[in-house]
Design a protein around this ligand. Structure first.
Ligand SMILES: *Cc1c(COP(=O)(O)O)cnc(C)c1O
Length: 352
């Protein structure tokens, strides 16, 4: 008997999440994981390492609540936004329930569900990457959690607020609606936070990994009403946040940290517009999709060739070729001005 055959059946069948780091590559320009291109600098203040950390570090919770415009009891902090996805599935799905999500979208909803042995239902986004509410309504039977990513990764699309409201209305008393706002800092006016008061089954996922430039920290948040947060508190690990993580997260959420984040966002948004304009003019580019995140989804006439050619030059992008409806599409994270210039020149050089 092989050890791998002792694993649960669904784990034997599981294809793990293909994270950018897992996919590898050798390069000096990393535009494949939607990270911020430059590291912020922090010193550790708390050097008490012999004691367990606070389960929910107060300074982090309070400062994030202030930043997000909610009360501390509306906030749960976890090991990245990814942990929040799994907590919600674990806390709300019975073994014969399912989750529902709308591809092409973030891959972790499916992987987390599969890991927990929970089935996934999919209702593809429409041609303009919006919710197909009619199809969702027809597929809600047995669905306990609906995941919507807005701005959506990898398309960059903002899901229409009125559609999200309709989704919240049709799921009332039936299912949790998770709005994944990992990229919300790039379009803060689109947040659904102000709907928390109206919908007890709304959960919003946030992270320090993108606009805050702290992907290495592994720190994310769930925003929801008290009752929902209390359910998640029951299943989260006893000490999810290491002392150094809580220490740095608390600093990043001070006024000067938020100010720095907003400057980072400004730089990325302006670089993004620039790159979008430039790429549009290249003959081998078919379409540059409108993006509200720190990345661009670009359709090429031969996406595989562009991806491979740049990969060989050490410019690592995220291939979306196998994502639903995204043939020949590549997701490009916005880097520094210099990185974006090198990227553009590499693609321009390929043009006939
Ligand atoms: C990056 C990302 C997350 C969370 O990332 P963490 O690093 O685990 O906080 C969640 N959802 C989407 C869509 C993302 O792109």
């Amino acid at each position: 008997m092989q050890i791998s055959q002792l694993a649960r059946q669904n784990i034997q069948a599981l294809t793990p999440y293909q994270s950018a780091r897992r996919l590898g590559g050798q390069g000096d320009i990393w535009l494949n994981a939607n990270e911020y291109p430059i590291s912020p600098n922090f010193e550790l203040n708390n050097r008490t390492f012999n004691r367990y950390p606070e389960p929910q570090p107060q300074a982090v919770i309070e400062r994030y609540a202030t930043y997000a415009g909610v009360s501390p009891y509306n906030v749960l902090v976890s090991r990245g936004g990814d942990e929040s996805i799994e907590l919600i599935i674990r806390a709300f799905c019975e073994l014969n329930d399912s989750i529902l999500y709308c591809p092409p979208t973030y891959g972790m909803y499916a992987v987390s569900a599969e890991t927990c042995g929970i089935a996934s239902k999919t209702v593809p986004l429409t041609a303009d990457f919006q919710l197909d509410l009619e199809q969702i309504a027809q597929n809600l039977e047995g669905v306990k959690v609906v995941f919507v990513c807005s701005p959506n990764n990898p398309t960059g699309t903002l899901i229409k607020r009125l559609d999200l409201i309709q989704l919240l209305q049709m799921t009332q008393n039936k299912a949790i609606v998770v709005v994944d706002e990992a990229y919300i800092e790039f379009c803060p006016e689109a947040t659904m936070v102000n709907e928390l008061k109206n919908y007890p089954h709304l959960a919003i996922i946030r992270t320090l990994s993108k606009a805050f430039a702290l992907a290495g920290l592994r720190c994310g948040f769930t925003l929801a009403n008290k009752e929902l947060i209390n359910v998640l508190q029951k299943v989260i690990a006893p000490y999810p946040l290491p002392v150094p993580v809580a220490d740095i997260a608390a600093q990043a959420l001070l006024p000067q940290g938020i100010f720095a984040m907003r400057q980072q966002v400004q730089m990325i948004v302006s670089e993004c517009e620039n790159l979008q304009k430039n790429l549009k003019n290249l003959p081998l580019v078919e379409q540059v999709f409108e993006s509200h995140g720190n990345y661009l989804l670009v359709k090429f006439n031969d996406g595989q060739k562009v991806f491979q050619t740049l990969w060989e030059q050490g410019i690592i992008l995220r291939n979306q070729h196998t994502a639903l409806g995204l043939e020949n599409c590549i997701r490009i994270t916005i880097g520094t001005a210099e990185e974006n210039k090198k990227l553009f020149e590499a693609i321009e050089t390929m043009s006939p």
